[in-house]
Design a protein around this ligand. Structure first.
Ligand code: NAD
Length: 398
């Protein structure tokens, strides 16, 4: 459970609300039977979890595709979405789904899997109970496959532009990471982002756009890693050139003739670290070696509890996932509204909406943190819990 004793005490949450928040509302376990050209007939485990639907339906949260997914991980990710959506004050419950398949499969095979997934959970999608979006291993193309099965624009967000996708949704999470980083640098470190160096783990959707917008704001990206390894340049990495390299070679490893391991990324002398790949990478094992003053969680759950304890004692500031990477779900809300209303918007408006909401919530979390002498994560969770409890009361759940 994400809530700990400090948050429970500060919020004064009652037993019944706590019980509701401590377990998942609904779990769907299924198998996707598909005949993949590269592998033949396979039965792929898939999970859909609604952690808490008091602010929904819909439950909102992305679809993860990886060979490493488990039901337990999906429950934990859905729980994160409950608090993220509440912190952003969105009318969404917390959901997540996972498909145990190789995200490196050819796009046409991934589309076959996605269509079968949409077919299997058609009732959830068509009723509006669950509105998915991209997560690790999925992107607009996979969301297009879901739209292709349902022909309902509001049943999925993160779609390509031509079928009702929101201009700026693709970049939204990385944009939000950059916006929150700049705010934290100014408000907490009393510094200017253009004086600072950054290391980023992950160069997929979140990591690559975070690099783009952080360097646009003046930060110097000096190291980037992905599943294969990484690259480093103390003079600063040209993000556009790195994107071109990845398009050609499928990895950041070796860019500029340089190599860097994921282990060494976390030991680097950088001002800011942005884990933007997988969970559980900042741990009690490596926290002692981390020299960055600021960690901005682009990924979900990259920091373990014990890792965080060590870092907080050293004075490292951690911007928690439910705040740092919420640009994606804020933009998803805009896309969902656009689908339901038929309205249109543009990238500038999407970015402005993310910047406004994320910096306002950031300020709220920061002042709660100084009022109550709590970490930013506990403060963000407390504010989200207050909203969840109020909604439970309003609905007569408690
Ligand atoms: P993605 O699939 O587009 O990219 C993932 C990146 O992580 C790739 O560069 C990959 O090489 C790298 N990676 C994978 N395994 C790794 C490993 N073991 N070590 C180092 N690098 C590894 O995924 P994404 O959509 O960018 O999601 C990244 C993280 O951000 C996830 O934790 C996801 O839950 C979170 N997130 C994503 C969004 C979104 O809008 N896509 C929103 C909020 C949070």
């Amino acid at each position: 459970m994400l809530l700990d004793e400090d948050v429970i005490k500060i919020v004064g949450i009652g037993d019944r609300a706590l019980t509701i928040l401590s377990e998942a509302d609904k779990i769907i376990e299924t198998r996707l039977h598909v005949d993949l050209p590269s592998e033949g007939p396979v039965s792929i485990p898939a999970y859909v979890v609604y952690h808490n639907a008091v602010r929904g339906p819909p439950c909102k949260g992305g679809i993860r595709m990886s060979l490493n997914v488990t039901l337990q991980e999906t429950i934990e990710l859905a729980e994160i979405m409950t608090y993220k959506n509440a912190l952003m004050d969105l009318p969404f419950g917390g959901g997540k789904s996972s498909i145990k398949a190789d995200s490196e499969l050819p796009p046409r095979e991934k589309a076959l899997i996605m269509r079968e997934f949409a077919h299997k959970i058609r009732a959830e999608l068509a009723s509006g109970a669950y509105v998915p979006a991209p997560d690790l291993g999925t992107g607009p193309r996979e969301m297009a496959a879901i739209f292709g099965e349902l022909h309902m624009r509001e049943c999925v967000t993160g779609k390509p532009i031509g079928i009702g996708g929101l201009p700026g949704r693709l970049e939204a999470t990385g944009y939000g990471v950059a916006a929150v980083t700049e705010r934290a640098v100014k408000e907490i470190m009393d510094s200017d982002i253009s004086d600072l160096t950054v290391g980023v783990q992950g160069f997929g959707n979140v990591g690559s756009w975070a690099c783009t917008f952080l360097s646009e704001r003046g930060a110097k990206i000096i190291a980037v890693t992905d599943y294969k390894g990484g690259t480093i340049n103390r003079e600063g990495i040209d993000v556009e050139e790195l994107k071109a390299y990845v398009a050609k070679f499928g990895t950041v490893d070796g860019f500029g003739g340089k190599h860097l391991s994921n282990e060494d990324l976390f030991k680097l002398d950088v001002d800011i670290l942005v884990p933007a790949a997988i969970g559980g990478v900042v741990t009690e094992e490596n926290a002692g070696d981390i020299r960055a003053r600021l960690i901005v969680e682009g990924a979900n759950a990259p920091t373990t509890r014990k890792g965080e304890e060590i870092l907080l004692k050293k004075g490292t500031v951690i911007i928690p996932d439910i705040l740092a990477n919420a640009g994606g779900v804020v933009a998803s809300y805009d896309e969902w509204i656009m689908a339901k209303s038929g309205s249109r918007t543009n990238k500038k408006e999407t970015f402005a909406s993310i910047e406004k909401i994320l910096t306002e919530v950031f300020d709220e979390v920061l002042s709660f943190s100084s009022d109550h002498q709590l970490s930013l994560r506990k403060s963000a969770l407390a504010l989200a819990t207050i909203r969840l409890v109020r909604t439970m009361e309003a609905r007569g759940w408690i």
